[in-house]
Design a protein around this ligand. Structure first.
Ligand SMILES: Cc1ncc(COP(=O)(O)O)c(C=O)c1O
Length: 475
């Protein structure tokens, strides 16, 4: 298989402010290690030649040589004569850190299966008989599931018919499909910062030039709508990828007034709003539930992304897109080049779970509340200087750890048995070193283990805080 090489400039962009108080080679190696661990640099990618990277970073060649050697010693790189240094993940081929029972995985904000799962599987087994003579996969979605999804949108205030729904392999495929369909190389695409990192990756992979609008846990409104309006007016992005409800990772929800202004600004520029409402129904104690963004579009074209992964189970890999029929047809045509379709059995399981959806959401909310309360209580006890904003629902708490050491902390936590994603993974320019995302989807016992691991890793992490980068506007 051909090896891809990461561009020197792109790697330097990802490295951000990598220098800390330690020797350069250690700091550089640890930065690259973090990028490999959290997926910003994939395993199997060829790193820049030592001489080239040294010149661009303005360090000695010996520094880069020693950094690459450190990565090899730690199992994060391999070198072969004549083919340079490639990134790799420690452990045997195909093994995943997430399957190591000694490690607790806080990198994913995804819940376990609901208690109704065995019943839904049984029900799907009954329904599957008529389909067993067919291929078992399809590119649009089974009518029974599209009807269930359309019914739910209609109940929530967005009248929808089944042919306005396309079932995908998770919301992730929905985002990739939208990026490939709507973005041509060089087009602008707007994202929130911080954001869901795989959406950012998908837009970049489609060739988008990224522009950003901030979402803050500290400001009253969360969204800086003035910036959204001015960036949209200035750059006319082809699409704006937004999470209006329980934004991942901040947990914030957009106010009704902000929704109206955002949609008006998008409508004025012809920007398609991709509303990722994957976390939208994960309410714990939000006082004002909102209908889907597309219900009051104010003249903007809104395409909605949804998923069964957080309300039901990620292992089913069922997501969907809700859009006008003409858009669904366009997306369906592009999908033909991407995959063969969504498995029908999993679609039937989701359709069966929709039959008991209200009870299922109740169970989910209770579990999220327990995870959230444990995070708030144990963090306050262990790290009184950290600021945990009260999440009214959603997938995660965006915790301000009070010092720019998120990357160092994530690296140290791994040695203490905790995989956790550092704040900068949710940004675009190395920002968010003061933040850590804590998944509400964890049980109180898991939160306790995680906080204990963070406590052990904390002293070493704070010895080497990183200088903080300014908030660069990436245009
Ligand atoms: C906001 C958001 N969108 C999409 C996804 C991907 O969901 P799926 O598992 O359905 O692919 C996630 C998963 O964490 C998410 O948080």
């Amino acid at each position: 298989m051909a090896t891809t090489t990461i561009g020197t400039r792109f790697l330097i962009e990802l490295l951000g402010e990598w220098r800390d108080g330690r020797s350069s080679y250690e700091a550089l190696a640890d930065r690259i290690r973090l990028l490999v661990m959290d997926g910003r640099v994939l395993a199997g990618v060829r790193l820049p030649a030592e001489r080239e990277l040294a010149a661009q970073l303005e360090v000695s060649r010996t520094t880069v040589t020693a950094a690459y050697q450190r990565l090899r010693d730690q199992g994060f790189a391999v070198s072969r004569q004549g083919s340079g240094t490639r990134t790799t993940l420690p452990g045997s081929a195909g093994s995943s850190a997430a399957h190591d029972p000694g490690l607790l995985d806080f990198t994913k904000a995804a819940p376990p299966a609901p208690s109704r799962m065995p019943d839904a599987v049984r029900r799907a087994s009954e329904l599957v008989s008529p389909l067993l003579g067919e291929t078992g996969y399809d590119t649009v979605g089974l009518p029974v599931l599209r009807e269930a999804i359309a019914r739910r949108y209609t109940q929530r205030g967005l009248t929808t018919s089944p042919d306005e729904v396309l079932v995908t392999v998770g919301a992730q495929q929905a985002i990739v499909l939208l990026a490939r369909t709507l973005v041509s190389r060089g087009d602008r695409a707007l994202i929130e910062v911080p954001t869901y990192p795989h959406a950012y990756d998908s837009l970049r992979a489609a060739g988008a030039r990224i522009v950003t609008t901030p979402v803050s846990v500290d400001s009253a409104d969360g969204w800086d709508v003035d910036t959204f309006e001015s960036v949209t007016r200035r750059t006319s992005p082809v699409l704006a990828y937004l999470m209006p409800d329980f934004q991942n990772p901040t947990g914030r929800s957009m106010s009704q007034a902000a929704r109206r202004r955002v949609l008006n600004a998008a409508a004025a520029q012809g920007t398609v709003v991709v509303a990722d409402e994957t976390p939208a129904e994960l309410d714990i104690d939000r006082p004002d539930a909102h209908p889907p963004l597309a219900a009051t579009a104010h003249g903007a074209q809104v395409v909605t992304v949804g998923s069964a992964s957080k309300t039901m189970w990620g292992g089913l890999r069922i997501g969907w897109i809700r859009a006008e029929r003409s858009m669904i047809r366009r997306l369906h045509a592009v999908r033909a080049n991407m995959d063969l379709g969504t498995p029908v059995f999993e679609q039937l399981v989701v359709a069966a779970l929709f039959e008991q959806y209200d009870e299922l959401l109740e169970e989910r909310r209770a579990a999220l509340a327990a995870g959230r309360d444990a995070i708030e209580r144990l963090t306050a006890e262990t790290f009184p200087d950290w600021n945990v904003p009260h999440a009214q629902g959603g997938l995660s708490a965006w915790v301000n750890i009070g010092a720019p050491v998120s990357s160092q902390l994530a690296l140290g936590a791994r040695s203490e048995g905790l995989l956790i994603t550092a704040g900068p993974r949710f940004g675009v320019d190395g920002a968010f070193e003061r933040y850590l995302r804590m998944p509400l989807t964890s049980s109180p016992a898991q939160v306790e283990r995680a906080i204990a691991a963070l406590k052990r890793a904390w002293p070493a992490a704070t010895r080497h805080p990183l200088p903080e980068p300014g908030m660069l506007a990436v245009v």
